[in-house]
Design a protein around this ligand. Structure first.
Ligand SMILES: Nc1ncnc2c1ncn2[C@@H]1O[C@H](COP(=O)(O)OP(=O)(O)OP(=O)(O)O)[C@@H](O)[C@H]1O
Ligand SMILES: [Mg+2]
Length: 226
């Protein structure tokens, strides 16, 4: 049996209606397991709850009911400080819109998770530069995010996600805004990560050909995974 990295049990999530109407039920009894070293795609129509689920799995948001387990640890019940530390060490996020910090250079953005973790500037910068070389963007290290192309921004985001050697990469439509060539580059990188670094990847995608390359494809429909 493959080792399970993350397990979601009975996840429910609704959003209150600001206008006093009935709450919007987005997730209803979602159950899933992510095995170590695997690539899982989540597909589903727009508004079906994919991003909501990704945020809950990564501890960025809490479910109304249900639990997310890492091993025996229920991260849905951790206090915010412990959870932030846990996330920073174990999970790398890649968002559709890169979420890089505009006032910092590409290299500083990549080094940030390690600096937050208490690593020295020298050590963090060295690793950030290594990652930039690996992703082919080292010559852009002093550029700020607005001075990078969409494909470069996404490569910098991937490097940032890997900075602390996470066990899991959560990627929300990482190629959503890219042309075919850059989509291919980012995808190849994601699949290489699994091979070289042994990380597990969970990615949301609209593209069938991406889903077909992954080990498992899960579809969210009517709030749940069938
Ligand atoms: N903070 C929020 N407050 C209220 N409603 C929200 C909030 N976040 C998301 N929703 C609603 O929850 C539903 C699911 O949103 P979610 O972003 O998870 O969808 P998605 O599957 O990621 O869609 P897309 O493919 O368009 O990114 C949507 O109807 C959305 O309007
Ligand atoms: Mg989304």
């Amino acid at each position: 049996m493959p080792e399970i990295l993350l397990k979601a049990e009975g996840i429910y999530k609704s959003y209150d209606d600001d206008n006093g109407g009935s709450p919007l039920q987005v997730l209803e009894n979602v159950n899933l397991e992510i095995a170590k070293g695997t690539i899982t795609s989540i597909i589903g129509s727009s508004g079906s709850g994919k991003s909501t689920l990704l945020h809950i799995l990564g501890g960025l948001d809490k479910p109304n009911k249900g639990s997310v387990f890492w091993g025996n640890k229920d991260i849905s019940s951790m206090n915010p400080d412990d959870l932030a530390g846990f996330r920073n060490k174990n999970i790398g996020f890649v968002f559709q819109f890169h979420h890089l910090l505009p006032e910092f250079t590409a290299l500083e953005n990549i080094a940030m998770p390690a600096l937050i973790n208490g690593q020295s500037i020298k050590k963090a910068s060295d690793r950030a530069l290594d990652l930039m070389k690996r992703f082919g963007v080292a010559d852009r290290r002093f550029h700020r995010p607005t001075q990078l192309s969409g494909g470069e921004q996404q490569r910098v985001s991937m490097a940032r996600a890997l900075m602390n050697n996470p066990q899991l990469i959560l990627a929300d439509e990482p190629t959503g805004n890219l042309d075919d060539a850059n989509t291919q580059i980012i995808l190849d990188m994601l699949f290489e990560l699994r091979k070289l670094d042994g990380v597990s990847v969970l990615l949301i995608t609209h593209e069938k050909k991406i889903a077909e390359r992954s080990d498992t494809t899960l579809e969210i429909k009517n709030g749940t995974i069938g």
